[in-house]
Design a protein around this ligand. Sequence first.
Ligand SMILES: [Zn+2]
Length: 114
Amino acid sequence: MHELSLASSLLDIVHGYSLEHKFKKVNSIKLSFGELSGVNKDSLTFAFKALAKGTIAEGADLMFTLIPAVATCCACRRNFQPPGDIAECPSCGSQEMYLSAGFDELKLLELDVE
Ligand SMILES: [Zn+2]
């Protein structure tokens, strides 16, 4: 299960910070991930809460920011929301495009600690 290993490395990072910055409790953790990364935030939260029991991150809230997918037109370089069924640039009508954002893996943005 992908989320279990993500939760486990997240906990490792938080633990590392706690040694470095000497905090005793984590209130919340702000994270971001790309729309196309395949991260399931519910599974991740569930796995994290289970793993965090008995650690300084026990009871910490996870807050997620979703980074939306972006498509870029090869012809006019315009960025736009990836189209659903009609794969065509809204600006120039080209059908040549690629996905240029939204793949980001889980990233730790901010820790709220005591
Ligand atoms: Zn275009």
